[in-house]
Structures are given as C-alpha cells and as structure tokens.
Design a protein. Structure first.
Lengths: 380, 252
C-alpha cells in the first residue's frame, strides 16, 4: 500500500496525485499515441469510436453522475451538434468555426431543456428529456431545408487549417485530442467550486442551498455544459459516421449513453472512459465472436471427433446472428452491473488496484460498506 | 436594534398554523435555545430563518437588515449558517469536499477561469482550504479528511455538519438538535464545542435542542414553544420551572 505523504494543499488540487500516478498516465498516453501505428485500419476506427463515446460519456457523467439529473434525451444533443456542424461545413464555414457554432447551438438548447429541470427531478425529468429528444428527432426528419430529412446529409472529412483528416489514423488523433481536452476541462471544473456545487446538488439540494448554491443557476449550468460537450462529440460523430440521417439519433442511443455512464461507474471521469470502452467495443466483439465461436468450436469438433461441440458452436453462432441479441446483451450486462457492482467498472478497477497494492493482505470485506446507491440512481 | 430578531413570525401549512406569531430577539454573542415538545414548530422556525419556507406573516431582521425576502442561497453570504436535524451532508463526497463546499458563499472565481483552472483559481482554492483546515483543527476531524461521508459513523457526521456550518464564516449559527443521536460522552463534547464557538470564535448561536442537560449547560436564554406559540422565555432554570412549560411537556 502506498500513502503519498502530503506536505502542501496543492497536492490535493493537482490532477495527478504524485509522480507514480503521473508516470502511469504518461505510459497510457504513450500507449494510445503508438497504438494506431501497430493496429490495422479497422481497429483504429473502432478505437476512434471509444474516444467519441468517451466525450459523450463525460457529457452525461457531468449531468447524471455529478449533478444527479437523469437525461434520456442526450442523443438529441448529439444530433443537434452533428447536424449543426455538418450544416455549417456544407455552407463553407471553416472547420473550427463550424465546431464552435455547433457547440454554441447545443449549449443554447441545453439551457432551454434545463429550464424544466429546475422544477423536476428523477423520473419526471427523464420523461421530459425523452419528450425533448422525440421532438428533436421529428425536427431532424421534417426540417428538410437544413437536415435534408430522410434523404440524409453527407459529411465531408474534416479539413483544419488546410490539413485534411482523411484517413482513419489522423482522425483517431483528432478524436483523442478532443477527448483529452474535454477530460481536462471537466476535471478543472470538478476541482473548482462549480464542480463541488454540482455534487452538492446531487447529494442534498436543501443543504446546497443553505451553503449558498443557487440551485437554478447551477442546474442550468450543468445542463448547458453537458449539452456543449455533447455538441462537440456530435461534430466528431458526424465525421465519423459520414452520413447523417434522423433515425441515428433515437432513444436507443440515449439509453446507450445512460448505460455507458452506469456501467462505467457513476460519479467518476474514469467511469466515463471505461464505459466508453465497453459500449464502443462490445458490438465489434460480438461480431468477432459471431464468426469466431462456431469456427473454433467446429475446428475443435473435427480434431476431437466430438460432433456435439461442433453443433453447439454452430448454435451459438446462429443465436448471435439473430437481430436484437446485441441489445439483449447490453441489457443483461446493465442489470448485472446494477445488481453486483453499483460503482461500475471503475469500482471494480479500484478493487483490483487495491488487491495488488495490499497483496497478500486484501480482504473482500473492505468494500462491503461502500455498496450504496446515489440519489440519482434511486430516482427520488 | 438587536442582532437577530423575528417579529410576529407566522406560517400556515393548509389550515395548520405551524408557527403562529412568534417574536424573539437574539443578542450578539449569546446562545439562544428554542425548546418544545415534538411538533411545536421549532424546526419550522429554522426553515423560516434560513428562508427555505416562505413566511405567511411577520418579519426577520439580521444585523440591522430586513431579510424576510432574501432568497435562500444568499443567506449564507449574509453570515447565517445552519445544521440539519436529519444530517444533510453530501454523502458521496469526502469530508474535505463537504467542508470546501461550505466556502461556496465566498466563491470569487467565474465559470470560464475555473474551466481553465487559471492560477488565481488555484490560489483561491488554497485559501479556501486554509479556512477549512481551521475548522478541521477546531473540531478534531483530521483523521477523517479524505473519508467519504457514507463510511463515517453517525457521531462524526454530526460533528462534520457543525464543521461545515463553521466553514461558511457565520456570524449567526443555527444548530438544529446538535445532540440528537449522540451518546452521553459525545453530547458533552458537543456542549464544550458550542461554548468554544461562542467564546473563542464569537459566533452567536441559535439552537433547537431536546437534551435539557445540554440546554442548561450552554444556553444564555431559552424560549419554550408549544403548538407554534411561545409560552415562556428566560434563563434555562426559569423556563424549566415555568408552569406552562411543565404542562406542555407533562400534560395536565
């Protein structure tokens, strides 16, 4: 077990706890920088999705994990960001300007949606945001002069200061850059009075108010900031997907974002990234297993002469090919996480870390008492 | 003009007059305690003073200023801090974060400089931390600094709430049943702390309390309340001997 000896208040403020922490994050940085040179195009593309989902995760984490306001409509913010960005690019705005405008527009929408949030909590707010997202989806399909409706809207590759991010690798670095920026900015807010006010609202509104937090302003701020980050994710999303259509930004996508933050671990930025890895990499993993399991099991059957293994393998392959299996697996995992690990993947990560740092003295009961639910999970 | 005064304060919940024309003055530097049977309206008075409830009549004045219409989030900045009967800490934050939040009324940084964490934001954070450390030292909470509140025992949470209220740099401290749920030893500690808060920090205390040993030990004046109406005001001994008070508690 390692206890950093604290000699200055700054040690509790700075981003990395100590040199050891900074070393590991540095190693991680090197790893993600080198990764695209080692992997094939397909994998690099999938990891870019992790970064984009990571930005979405940070957005929802601020709202759900830190401020305790549940939103079922974040796909709408993503869509607004994506469409606005694509629209401005199509009309000749430089990339940076288009992104800034997209973020500004989503922020404004976030503020407007945040207004009812001042009066509503829990399930009612979730339903209100759900209604918002349905309305916005309808707008996407009907406002054809801007969104081209169901005909769709093609998005060109990003060109920033004359440099075209036209292959998977350069786009990977673009997404990585923005994820790091968003993580840094959010971390800054969270270690400053604003972030503490959000946490205070989550845990006790009445106490927050008595300590001087203006509930209306900080709730709107959480909504606006969350929407702004989502708008940025939307801009990258538009490029990544290449072709925008209204039926991308459905309620299912919103639920996937919610799943992301819950599986990742509510109330931590690590959780947003862990959740993004999970949500972005599970579908390709299922796709790989879909072919991999029958093939390898048939191989095994041929080698051992046990036909039943081969039949089982084919059956699993058939099952994984059925429509809806992916959503089913997502749902099953969500249920299991809520039942077994309320702190999500980040909670599990902390336990694994503690296991190694206290080995061989680790006790499973260390975390017994921490299995509590936050108010946003309890849906007041 | 007294330091804090409530003048003819009233609030109705439907047909129930929870607080019915209560007037009292608190002088600077004293410990003023409100006692009364359950449902007498003590906590309601606190919620009125911290502006969470809208009074249906009457006036509140603090340090020469009418605060009847001040919104609840500006009360802390005026120098009124409170604790809650059923602990209202931020459970999934560390003790340190809880206390730092109490500095919110003294926040001087704006959103965009916090976003970039400009050097002056860091400097302000250190100043807040210093103020918080004073409260931690004052109430002996050093060892719990980095613990999550959910993992702390009840007694420590109670003290943490007191510390959080002190971190707002109050001039008037509202304590809602500081000894509820504490054992005899912890209640004695609480009595010492309330005396220290009054004598060393010079903070005026307005308190709601049931434990008469604590009330007698620390209070300068006591007001007894029944059915939302004051029935007696005076020193602890006077109020305890008052026939109306005896009747309110024992019936008859």
């Amino acid at each position: 077990m390692r206890f950093p000896f604290k000699t200055s208040y700054n040690q509790d403020i700075r981003i990395f706890r100590d040199k050891v922490d900074a070393f590991w994050y540095g190693l991680l940085a090197v790893a993600v920088l080198v990764l695209p040179l080692l992997l094939d195009d397909y994998s690099v593309g999938e990891i870019s999705w992790v970064f984009i989902y990571g930005i979405c995760g940070v957005s929802l984490m601020v709202l759900v994990g830190y401020t305790g306001l549940v939103s079922l409509g974040h796909a709408a913010f993503l869509g607004i960001g994506a469409y606005a960005h694509a629209y401005f690019i199509m009309h000749g705005a430089p990339w940076i300007v288009a992104v800034v405008l997209a973020v500004v527009i989503t922020t404004a929408c976030g503020l407007i949606v945040g207004l009812p949030a001042l009066r509503m909590t829990g399930i009612y707010l979730a339903i209100a945001t759900l209604a918002f997202s349905v309305i916005i989806q309808e707008v996407f399909s009907r406002w054809e002069s801007v969104t081209h409706g169901f005909a769709g809207m093609k998005v060109d590759v990003p060109v920033i200061f004359g440099f075209a991010f036209d292959d998977g690798r350069s786009f990977y670095f673009l997404c990585l850059f923005f994820l790091v920026i968003v993580l840094w900015l959010t971390r800054n807010l969270l270690r400053a009075p604003t972030g503490r006010a959000w946490v205070a609202i989550r845990d006790s509104e009445i106490a927050a108010q008595s300590m001087g937090v203006n509930l209306a302003i900080y709730k709107s701020m959480a909504f606006a900031y969350s929407a702004a980050v989502m708008g940025l994710a939307g801009a990258l999303f538009a490029h990544k997907i290449g072709y925008l259509a209204p039926d991308i930004f459905t309620i299912l996508l919103s639920i996937q974002f919610l799943l992301l933050v819950i599986v990742g671990g509510l109330g931590s930025l690590h959780g947003a990234v862990f959740g993004a890895i999970f949500v972005a990499l599970l579908p390709p993993l299922i796709a790989i297993l879909r072919d991999g399991i029958p093939d390898s099991m048939n191989q095994l059957a041929a080698n051992t002469g046990l036909r039943v293994i081969g039949m089982l393998g084919t059956a699993i392959g058939e099952f994984l090919k059925k429509p809806g299996v992916e959503a089913g697996i997502f749902g099953l995992i969500l249920v299991l996480v809520i039942l077994l690990e309320p702190l999500g993947m980040y909670g599990r990560w902390l336990k694994i870390k503690l296991f190694f740092s206290t080995f061989p003295m680790y006790k499973a009961s260390t975390f017994k008492r921490q299995k509590t639910y936050m108010r946003s999970e309890r849906l007041r | 003009m007294s330091f804090f005064s409530a003048d003819n304060l009233s609030i109705n919940f439907g047909g129930i007059k929870a607080v019915d024309g209560v007037s009292f003055d608190v002088e600077q530097g004293e410990v003023f305690t409100i006692i009364g049977p359950n449902g007498a309206g003590k906590t309601t008075i606190f919620n009125l003073v911290s502006r969470i409830y809208e009074p249906s009549g009457g006036k509140l004045a603090f340090a020469g200023r009418d605060i009847t219409n001040v919104p609840p989030h500006l009360i802390a900045a005026l120098g009124i801090a409170r604790t809650f009967q059923n602990i209202e800490l931020f459970e999934h934050a560390t003790l340190l974060q809880n206390l730092l939040l109490a500095r919110h009324a003294h926040k001087r940084s704006d959103f965009f400089s916090e976003l970039l964490f400009l050097p002056y934001v860091r400097r302000l954070e250190m100043e807040h931390r210093e103020a918080v450390e004073k409260a931690i030292d004052f109430l002996d909470l050093q060892q719990y600094r980095d613990s999550l509140i959910v993992n702390l025992p009840y007694g420590v949470r109670k003290v943490t709430e007191l510390a959080r209220a002190l971190c707002t740099d109050p001039k008037l401290l509202l304590l809602d049943e500081p000894s509820s749920g504490l054992n005899v030893e912890e209640t004695e500690d609480m009595a010492f702390w309330i005396q220290d808060i009054k004598n060393l920090l010079g903070i005026t205390v307005l308190m709601v309390e049931h434990d008469m040993s604590l009330v007698s030990a620390v209070s300068d004046r006591v007001m007894a309340l029944n059915y939302g109406r004051p029935i007696a005001t005076g020193t602890p001994a006077e109020v305890q001997a008052h026939p109306e008070v005896v009747r309110a508690y024992l019936g008859g």
